[in-house]
Design a protein around this ligand. Structure first.
Ligand code: LLP
Length: 426
């Protein structure tokens, strides 16, 4: 599935606008999002998962702007933030603070104070220091904060090493080694200004298999039961994180949103039956799968270099600064020429960025229609972890972000100016 993008007369369009037209109008590089498609994903998650009690929390790290916070709010989702910066964006959007889940393995005092003050719904408490700080700061402000304990359940998911998070050797969460989570639950229980609500895990990202989600649900229910016995009351919330895989290139075979949801619901249903437990309120945190296939990055082709018998490099006007995923994770993408999607004349090329790094390659070897200078290149399925991981390396200015919907086009983030680039400098 690829949102509402469609090929009309061999040219890529979104809601009646051609990519070529958008590139001319807004300049390149450009982040283009299909707003309707993000909203549709939000609805599909809610409809399949919530069942009147469960909660879908969008993981903002995948892609967050003030407008995206507004969209998430309008669609009735909760929001997972991982820093005071993301929290500030949510505040700017008027996002309901009680629907915010604050994550992170090393929240600073300042971040905790800001979150307590604003009254975020849940702290996903990662360690003992954080529990202590939340209690201290909430106490000083005369408030009570709700916490969910993050636990690393020791589930191996087959994905890139850098984006695995649920295994035993991880910086995230309370460990299963020597049942640290029991100590954490007991410690949280006695804190006067912290109310313990439940437990959380997140096993990794871009996971195609079903089994790890199922295993995680079962493992976490077992842990929840042990904790309940230890503290002598029933915690009501079980947050199973995100990580649902997305399509990028031929051969990728992700499940549909409803299928991922079904695995989780099934794992939980079987688990509570087996363990004889009451069903907790469930929470999931999809990030990538909400936005990835809504996004396309547009670039203008510049220098073309052919090394006979070796390789042909086609360089574009962006690169690792707007999408670091290929350089960082060897992530693969697919691309088309915006107005020559199909062509009989194909050639093998490597699409390079403009940064001073040999590793700044967006696509290593792709069969494409023959490209020429000034062609508009559309990199597909780029909606997640592109803009959110963008940098100003080489002092490149961050591109604009636009939302295209059936009711028009919104500039969600303006292209950075030279002044923006030097902000804070004399
Ligand atoms: N919840 C927690 C606690 C997380 O750490 C993450 C992602 C998510 C939810 C959302 O996972 P998703 O549904 O997006 O897979 N930069 C990497 C991905 C890092 C994921 C970090 N945590 C990439 O570009 O592949």
């Amino acid at each position: 599935t690829f949102g509402n993008y469609e090929v009309i007369q061999n040219s890529l369009h979104l809601h009646g606008h051609s990519m070529k037209e958008l590139a001319n109008e807004y300049g390149t590089p450009l982040y283009v999002y299909d707003e309707n498609y993000i909203r549709e994903n939000a609805r599909r998650y809610r409809e399949s998962f919530e069942q009147g009690k469960n909660i879908v929390t969008y993981a903002g790290k995948a892609f967050l702007t003030v407008e995206m916070c507004r969209l998430v709010k309008e669609e009735g989702l909760s929001l997972d933030v991982v820093s005071s910066g993301e929290l500030y964006a949510a505040k700017r959007a008027g996002f309901p603070m009680e629907k915010i889940y604050f994550h992170g393995n090393n929240k600073t005092r300042e971040e905790i104070a800001m979150a307590v003050e604003l009254g975020v719904g849940r702290f996903i408490a990662d360690n003992f220091r954080e529990l202590r700080l939340i209690d201290e700061i909430a106490g000083e402000m005369g408030k009570t904060s709700n916490a969910i304990l993050r636990i690393a359940p020791g589930i191996e998911a087959h994905t890139h090493e850098y984006i695995k998070t649920g295994m035993i050797d991880t910086k995230f969460g309370f460990s299963i080694v020597e049942k640290e989570y029991l100590k954490a639950a007991k410690a949280a229980e006695v804190l006067p200004n912290v109310e313990l609500k439940g437990i959380h895990c997140h096993i990794g990202s871009q996971i195609f298999e079903v089994q790890p989600f199922y295993d995680a649900a079962l493992a976490m229910l077992g842990i929840l039961k042990e904790i309940n016995e230890e503290i002598g009351r029933e915690l009501e919330e079980l947050d199973l994180g995100g990580g649902f895989g997305c399509y990028y290139v031929e051969g990728d075979d992700p499940l549909e949103i409803e299928e991922y949801v079904d695995i989780i619901l099934r794992g939980v249903a079987e688990g509570i039956e087996k363990l004889g437990m009451k069903e907790p309120r469930l929470i999931i945190e999809p990030g990538r799968s909400m936005v990835n296939n809504a996004g396309v990055n547009l670039y203008t082709v510049g220098a073309i270099k052919e090394i006979p018998g070796v390789r042909k490099y086609v360089s574009v006007d962006g690169g690792m600064t707007d999408n670091i995923r290929p350089a960082l994770y060897q992530a693969e993408y697919t691309a088309v020429i915006a107005d020559r999607v199909e062509s009989d004349e194909k050639e093998l090329v490597t699409i390079a960025g403009k940064c001073c790094e040999s590793g700044d390659v967006l696509i290593n070897n792709i069969e494409m229609a023959k490209m020429e200078e000034d062609d508009i290149l559309a990199l597909l399925y780029t909606g997640a972890y592109g803009y959110s991981m963008a940098s100003n390396y080489n002092m490149l200015r961050r591109p604009a972000v636009i939302f295209v919907s059936d009711s028009g086009i919104k500039t969600v983030v303006k292209r950075q100016t030279y002044e923006d680039l030097l902000m804070g400098q004399e």
